[in-house]
Design a protein around this ligand. Structure first.
Ligand code: NAD
Length: 695
């Protein structure tokens, strides 16, 4: 199947790029463009050539379906195609609508002219995958939009509206009407102009070049240790100040190095992992989905308000119900203040502020939820309370409404059977703050219908969230794995590490937040409440003495000004607290432990390997469908370092055999809970077979 169409209008050849959905520059499309350009060259009637995309866009860049396959570099590769176009003896005009990103923009930069609609989005986003634009983008973009603007775009990877670049040499004309017609008209006007303008023949003039580059180098410096791509982008753009051919060589060398880097491998893994998470075995792409045009949230607390904002942000009206008028007013007030502060920072226009606030209403009457297409429960984490709430929803919600619980740990199957319609029930586990964090663990109960599951996956996308499906177990994917991780944190404190060292070691390794700071932020009582239930269910389970003691003392974390750390009034900075040192020492001594100096490396290995081992069990139990789903959960919900690709991907890079050996060694430390160092059966088997989690 050809990925292009070739037509001639008078003496203008039009090559239409046709590789849905976004004209990814796969091998067939590259070949089609190359053949079209040759055909136009050989046709005496043709005097100019227009390259145009579809309504979806000119081109979104490399075809992700071909990533990592031989097709990705099949002839002509993008670099060769760009030079072929640049060398054409007849003018080639790129006509841009929708998007021109990555390789798509590089292709357009190889054309002699570019025309565009005003609302096209332009970007070189390669840095987000740990790469740089490798088909001349770092050399050509500064030549048309200037050094500083090009640096900003290439180093950040963010997109810019074409009209914001209308004053630059990137565009020769902004088209007001129909794009192809405007482009053909433009092509006729320039058909006879010689010599043909080429971006490569321009040079970059910037009297402040060194100052601009100095600033850019300084801004990427702190990132550079873990993410080499931004600094490489600056180096490549700096080369655009010199000779074009030399600049291309430099760009190529830097690109080749980045492609081989573990950081880029991790970022690419994360990108594909997110896409894979939306695909559910056994649920076909054409499964019917229910339309969600109105929503309701029960509970106006920490989570309920944030969840409601997600719906309003997506233009879906949402009613928030709380049992207490005071809690409802407080919850809605927080939402209002959140929106107002976003508007003050310029993130929301006054119209958006009014529109979004207007989509959220509050009520104390369950009857007001009768019309909602989805009801999400976010009340206290207590099964009895949930039972009453679900029975109430069941009585009022209309037939076909989806009933979701935001529970962090409770059994969705039990909750589903509080209703007469368990097929309509599932878990939607948002993360705090729910209006900011991208992850939703979608908990599929035994009875949850495929249609309901598919509807929630589609809804997650609409809410701009990442949905990962989890089976039912205590804590689902994320919080179940957190338990052995936090257990190691607790033991390390007992053995001699202090909260600041523990957090420091893990944060230097790349975690957004160490376990003590994280717990203080979430509220130590939240996990304490869950532990209480777990102790009751499994009296033999080890107790977290330090964590329990802090809760007993009212050290709930940031909200009470004291937790593992102390906080200045209204402050968020975690300050070491000698009182906590005394508490830890007291518990350690009572347990007969002598504290010792613990190296950072031990802290990281024990916490991270415990996490990985539980991940292996979750995978073997079928709670997660694939290792990459676990990675997505940890990258988007728990602050695991992105440049390490998620716990399971990281395990693969370390080598599963190495992990198993280390676990055997750690089991020799009697304090470190030898039982927790029994490698999961799946981990042990894959290690013996020399395999990886991510296949
Ligand atoms: P919260 O205590 O801040 O809010 C709960 C709200 O529910 C309160 O406003 C309360 O008045 C209301 N409520 C209680 N019983 C009710 C009833 N019968 N009918 C109507 N409203 C009722 O709690 P939260 O932190 O928002 O947690 C809510 C749920 O979300 C829990 O299941 C929790 O495990 C889960 N969760 C919490 C977090 C977090 O970080 N806080 C993260 C993920 C999930």
């Amino acid at each position: 199947m050809s990925a292009t169409r070739f037509e001639v209008f008078g003496n203008v050849a039009v090559i239409t790029l046709d590789n849905p959905p976004v004209n990814g520059l796969g091998s067939a499309l590259r070949r089609g463009i190359s053949e079209g350009v040759k055909r136009a060259q050989n046709d005496d009637e043709v005097r100019a050539i227009v390259l145009v995309g579809s309504a979806n866009g000119f081109s979104g860049g490399a075809d992700v379906k071909e990533f990592g396959t031989p097709l990705a570099s099949a002839a002509p590769n993008l670099r060769a195609l760009v030079s072929e176009i640049e060398e054409s003896s007849k003018p080639v005009i790129a006509a841009i609508a929708g998007i021109a990103m990555g390789g798509g923009l590089e292709l357009a930069l190889g054309c002699h002219y570019r025309v565009a609609l005003r609302d096209a989005r332009i970007a070189l986003p390669e840095v987000k995958l740990g790469l740089l634009p490798g088909a001349g983008g770092t050399q050509r973009l500064p030549r048309v939009i200037g050094l500083e603007r090009a640096l900003n775009m290439i180093v950040s990877g963010t997109s810019v509206l074409s009209q914001e670049l209308a004053d630059t040499r990137l565009f020769d004309r902004m088209i007001g009407g129909e794009l192809a017609t405007g482009a053909i008209e433009f092509a006729r006007e320039v058909a006879a102009v010689r010599p043909l303008p080429r971006v490569r023949d321009l040079s970059v003039h910037d009297v402040n070049a060194q100052e601009v580059l100095g600033r850019a180098r300084a801004s990427v410096k702190t990132l550079a240790k873990n993410l080499p791509a931004p600094a490489a982008c600056v180096a490549a753009v700096a080369a655009s100040l010199g000779d074009f051919a030399e600049g291309l060589t430099e760009e190529r060398a830097l690109f080749d190095k980045l492609v081989q880097s573990p950081e880029s491998a991790a970022l690419r893994h994360a990108f594909f992992a997110e896409r894979a998470a939306a695909k559910i075995a056994g649920v076909s792409a054409d499964t019917a989905v229910r339309r969600i045009r109105s929503a309701a949230v029960i509970g106006a607390g920490t989570m309920g308000g944030g969840i409601a904002m997600n719906f309003a942000n997506a233009g879906i009206p949402v009613t928030v119900l709380d049992a207490s008028a005071e809690a409802l007013a407080k919850g809605l007030d927080i939402v209002r203040r959140n929106y107002e502060s976003a508007a003050k920072k310029g993130k929301l226009s006054p119209e958006e502020l009014a529109q979004r606030s207007g989509l959220i209403s509050g009520t104390l009457a369950a009857q007001d939820l009768a019309g909602a297409d989805i009801v999400i429960e976010a009340v206290f984490e207590d099964l009895e309370v949930k039972r009453r709430v679900f029975q109430e929803i069941d009585a009022v919600a209309k037939p076909g409404a989806i009933l979701a619980s935001n529970t962090s740990t409770l059994n969705i199957d039990t909750i589903a059977h509080f209703t007469q319609r368990p097929a309509d029930v599932l878990g939607m586990h948002f993360f705090s703050p729910a209006n900011v964090m991208r992850l939703i663990e979608i908990v599929r109960g035994q009875a949850t219908s495929d249609e309901v599951l598919a509807s929630i996956l589609a809804l997650a996308k609409k809410l701009k969230k990442v949905g990962v499906v989890s089976g039912v177990c205590d804590g689902f994917i994320g919080n179940r794995m957190l338990r052995p991780y936090m257990r190691q944190a607790e033991l390390l404190l007992l053995e001699g590490a202090l909260p600041a060292q523990l957090d420091g070691a893990l944060e230097r390794w790349g975690w957004a937040m160490g376990p003590c700071r994280m717990s203080d932020l979430a509220g130590n009582d939240v996990a304490g409440f869950i532990r209480k239930r777990q102790y009751a269910e499994d009296p033999g389970a080890p107790h977290s003495q330090i964590a329990d003691r802090l809760v007993e003392l009212g050290r709930l974390g940031q909200k009470s000004g004291r937790g593992y750390y102390r906080y200045a009034p209204e402050g968020r900075e975690a300050l070491p607290d000698p009182e906590v040192e005394r508490i830890i020492l007291h518990i350690a001594r009572s347990a007969g432990l002598t504290q010792r100096r613990i190296k950072d490396d031990e802290i990281v290995k024990r916490c991270v390997f415990a996490l990985i081992n539980e991940g292996a069990k979750i995978l073997a139990d079928g709670i997660a469908a694939r290792a990459s789903d676990i990675d997505v959960v940890y990258l988007t919900g728990y602050g695991f370092p992105l440049f390490r690709g998620g716990p399971m991907f990281y395990a693969d890079t370390v080598g599963l055999q190495t992990i198993v050996h280390t676990m055997h060694r750690l089991a020799a430390n009697p304090v470190a809970d030898p039982g927790s160092w029994q490698p999961a059966a799946l981990l042990a088997r894959l290690a013996v077979e020399g395999k990886t989690f991510n296949g």
